[in-house]
Design a protein around this ligand. Sequence first.
Ligand SMILES: Nc1nc2c(c(=O)[nH]1)N[C@H]1C(S)=C(S)[C@@H](COP(=O)(O)OP(=O)(O)OC[C@H]3O[C@@H](n4cnc5c(N)ncnc54)[C@H](O)[C@@H]3O)O[C@H]1N2
Ligand code: MOO
Length: 395
Amino acid sequence: MTRPIALSEAQQQLLNLATPLGSETVAVDSALGRYLREPVVARRTQPPADLSSMDGYATCGDGPWSLIGESRGGNPFPGQLDAGQAIRISTGAVMPDGADTVLIQEHAKIDGNQLNQTAQSSGRTYVRSKGFDFAATEHVLGAGDQIGPAQVALALSAGCSTVTAHRLPQLALIEGGDELVSDPALADTHHIPATNNAMLAAMTHGMTCDTRMIGPVTDSLDALTSAFKSAGDTDIIVTSGGASVGDHDLVLPALESLGAEITFWRVALKPGKPLLVAKLGHQVVLGLPGNPVSSFTTAFLFLLPLLRHMAGAPFALPRSTTAQLSQPLPANGSRRQFLRAVWDGTHVAAVDEQDSSALRALASANAFIERPENCAGTEAGTFVPIYPLKNGGIA
Ligand SMILES: Nc1nc2c(c(=O)[nH]1)N[C@H]1C(S)=C(S)[C@@H](COP(=O)(O)OP(=O)(O)OC[C@H]3O[C@@H](n4cnc5c(N)ncnc54)[C@H](O)[C@@H]3O)O[C@H]1N2
Ligand code: MOO
């Protein structure tokens, strides 16, 4: 049996198996989370004209001024201002021709039709110049950019109702084991509710174009190979369970019987050591360990990056930040470890229960603490790398 490989090498080997998917046109309001295949080119200029940034008066020359009209949102003043003239103006309204200054209304004193200032106004301080945000034909978003809320607004503001994004991958999830039941109400002392497919579907929500749920599959080679075949031509197949060395751990034999190419099996990672990665025709297969926390951790470190990579993300791997330990940590073993932890924005502490089957502890965590291989005990107060998790729990 070969030695487990290092995490970073395993992640790189996995990403090397797949390339970003092709393009499709997506309505901007359905594009949240997507990565752009092509830049977004502005079809209009924003602002489309010089606009006032405050409520007040657009003036021409020195005061006092005589008031001759109004410019408000959607209704510009139709004429031109000459020296000594002013108009009422609203925030976001078009500056009339001839105006040089906006006098904010807090500094204005009206006497009949005459406008006086109580404090000096300063040139174009309250004017947003035409095109200062972007001009027509400029690239306002680039290939590889991810569409978030601000990008939705920007694309629409640029006059684009669709974007050209990478296609999202199709995913098949297979879970298996004779102890699993799909109806939690039917779990007796020798059965447990199947939870991994549902958890993995939740983790990958919005990152696939389609997720096919298969199982629970029984512990037989025939059942597992049939499950692989029923995954059809999805881009990625993910199994959970049956990845280890027991007599009923059938993922490796099933893949071998189907002629898959095994990329690697076993990573120096805790939890998640028995992770298996293979290529079955054009499909990438991830065999996740069955323990629910191991499945969660390997999905976070491998499946989510693979989905991002195929969806066109330039940087697919999760990025860490640092936080200060509020509790000491014991020495680590020879596998890189990801401890379930609670992070309050400044301090972080590992949760007490680190067993790879403990869902309650996992659900109480909102971060991983990453510990390098063979690292010594770490004192409270030390800054350590953490990965915030979208995992319910603390906001
Ligand atoms: N002799 C050894 N035994 C084990 C080793 C080893 O190196 N030598 N590795 C251990 C490690 S580490 C892990 S992790 C597990 C992974 O085992 P499998 O991937 O083969 O998973 P199973 O044995 O099928 O299941 C493990 C555990 O998880 C539960 N499970 C499985 N699927 C689901 C599901 N869909 N929903 C809920 N729970 C599930 C299953 O009932 C088991 O309790 O192997 C160690 N053993
Ligand atoms: O790696 Mo296993 O995932 O230690 O429990």
